[in-house]
Design a protein around this ligand. Structure first.
Ligand SMILES: Nc1ncnc2c1ncn2[C@@H]1O[C@H](COP(=O)(O)OP(=O)(O)OP(=O)(O)O)[C@@H](O)[C@H]1O
Ligand SMILES: [Mg+2]
Length: 241
């Protein structure tokens, strides 16, 4: 089982959009069962999932305190991929999630503000010794800043060769629990997500992954703003425990 954390200190970079899309695409590509975990108290990914008509990928509700143990339990049930959406800003939530992740995906919009904000996220991930991949998201077609952003980011880590462009498909599809792959006439957006997953899948396969242990799970007190609902592992759309 591989664990992917989607994270960035900056808000609105596309963490939730990419978490949902990558999970659905991984299922389409035969990587299922795929589990999504929403660690963001805003609950955007959960809201999206609740609107879905199909039950895959599964959304699992857990708490930050139980995350390590619950990932071990998920591995035992045969889950092959877990994608974790995280809140913006550097908080204990992000630190704890990154510690458990095999790969960290950082969506970045190609703008000066977004590029400037990636520094602290990169330092944090680097300090924890985790591999990372930048995904340039919401790029304007043919804009020079897109290439400039990719070059700037490549000095800090791998940049996914699949750029995700700004398209209303991405926002529109998520309104009713879908993704661009599940919309008619969204071939371009679909193909971008397919290419992105293909790249991440290759990266994941090249990692030498050790299983997480429950002890890895948590560190000091969770700041109040990062507390998520406490409770047992509960598969909303499946029967994992
Ligand atoms: N490639 C894209 N094209 C068009 N709209 C996009 C794209 N990616 C994201 N968006 C839109 O941008 C907004 C922010 O995206 P999203 O919620 O995924 O970001 P986020 O990083 O999860 O935000 P937060 O930090 O608040 O959790 C949403 O309205 C989403 O629909
Ligand atoms: Mg979000």
């Amino acid at each position: 089982m591989k664990i992917v954390a989607v994270t960035s200190q900056k808000g609105g970079t596309g963490k939730t959009t990419l978490s949902g899309h990558l999970a659905v695409q991984a299922e389409r590509a035969g990587m299922g069962p795929v589990v999504l975990i929403d660690c963001d108290p805003q609950g955007s990914l959960t809201n999206w999932w609740n609107c879905r008509q199909v039950e895959t990928p599964i959304l699992v509700q857990t708490s930050l305190a139980n995350l390590g143990e619950d990932l071990v339990a998920l591995r035992e049930t045969g889950v092959r991929l877990v994608i974790i959406d995280t809140p913006p800003a550097i908080t204990w939530t992000i630190v704890n999630v990154i510690k458990l992740a095999d790969l960290v995906v950082i969506p970045v919009r190609p703008s000066p503000h977004d590029l400037a904000a990636t520094g602290s996220t990169v330092d944090l991930i680097g300090g924890l010794g985790k591999p990372l991949v930048f995904v340039v998201n919401s790029a304007s077609p043919r804009a020079r800043i897109t290439a400039e952003a990719a070059v700037a980011l490549s000095q800090h880590g791998a940049v996914a060769p699949a750029i995700i462009h700004h398209r209303t498909d991405f926002a529109a599809s998520m309104i009713d629990g879908r993704t661009v792959m599940e919309l008619p006439r969204a071939e371009r957006s679909t193909s971008e997500i397919e290419r992105l997953w293909e790249y991440l899948d290759t990266r994941l396969k090249s990692l030498n992954v050790a299983p997480p242990t429950a002890q890895q799970s948590i560190i000091p007190p969770v700041a109040p703003q990062t507390t998520i609902e406490d409770g047992q592992l509960r598969a909303v759309g499946g029967n994992l425990r």
